[in-house]
Design a protein around this ligand. Structure first.
Ligand code: SIN
Length: 289
């Protein structure tokens, strides 16, 4: 759609990449990063370039990386403190590692509807770094959608209406009883919930983005239920428009690093009964404004 904003151009143009090559996948979201080996310590300049590429493209992809848990966590920590998932335990000794695994015994996959990771928390994650070592020969892509573009594409009347509204994000409906294979009894667990602005301003780019998603957002506050349901339905449909998206085709040992503040994603389960397996680290964020 002509006239819609594309990349975060200020960010994309202010950085001259010297250590990495940045190859956009679409004009709106997603770039492949080349020239870096994440298994080695990332120097400050390379780190800054990766950070700028993330800001400019919202989700960045790396190929042919070999990450163990320590290396994965060390890379994640360059961007902030690591998050521990409120519902899913990590492997022994690595609470900050989130296993992402599907095989012929699976009854669900992580992230099969559009969402921003753990948006039910008061301070939802800044970003997530997913490393898959095993992928099916076909299928198993992840789609990412640019929430700046989704906001920008709304009419001015709708932007005015949404201005100042908050929405409830609740972990209960997503997490309660879901992870029986990993947590035998979650009856004593209290899952997080939080109210966040429907439109948030990204703390680094100062740009506005839509911040409601079908996995966690249960209602828009302070308006009638009927209006809230209709509005959420429209916003969820709007956010899922292909115009805002990039689709990532995984290979073994690929990494995707997305900014949860301005991106939603969805994993496609079109490879059953094949195996897709890896690990995610998630970086803590701050309160949406
Ligand atoms: C997730 O982090 O929501 C899972 C994404 C994926 O498996 O592609």
């Amino acid at each position: 759609m002509d006239g819609w904003p594309r990349l975060n151009e200020d960010s994309a143009m202010s950085m001259k990449y010297e250590r990495i090559a940045v190859k956009p996948v679409t004009t709106r979201i997603g770039a492949e990063i080349e020239g870096v080996d994440l298994s080695k310590p990332v120097d400050d300049r390379t780190h800054r370039e990766i950070h700028e590429a993330l800001k400019a493209h919202c989700v960045i992809f790396f190929r042919d990386q070999k990450l163990d848990h320590e290396i994965h966590k060390t890379f994640g920590r360059r961007f902030g403190e690591l998050h521990v998932h409120p519902a899913i335990p990590g492997p022994e000794g690595h609470p900050e590692i989130l296993p992402i695994h599907t095989d012929e015994t699976s009854t669900y996959i992580a992230g099969e509807r559009w969402h921003s990771d753990v948006s039910c928390e008061e301070e939802p994650p800044l970003g997530s770094i997913l490393y898959l070592h095993t992928v099916p020969d076909y299928g198993g892509d992840t789609l990412f959608s640019n929430m700046y573009a989704a906001y920008d594409a709304l009419s001015d009347r709708m932007k005015d209406y949404l201005d100042g509204l908050t929405a409830r994000h609740d972990g209960e409906m997503q997490y309660r009883g879901r992870y029986k294979d990993r947590v035998a009894d979650d009856s004593a667990m209290v899952y997080p919930w939080a109210d966040h602005p429907v439109v948030r301003t990204h703390p680094e780019t100062d740009r506005k983005c839509l911040y409601v998603n079908p996995i966690f957002t249960t209602r828009i506050n302070d308006i009638p239920r009927l209006e809230s349901d209709a509005l959420l339905k429209m916003l969820h449909e709007h956010c899922a428009m292909p115009d805002f998206q990039v689709r990532f085709r995984w290979q073994p040992h690929s990494v995707a690093f997305w900014d949860n503040r301005c991106v939603q994603h969805i994993a496609v389960w079109d490879y059953f009964p094949n195996v897709r397996s890896g690990f995610r680290v998630t970086i803590k964020g701050d309160r949406p404004l």
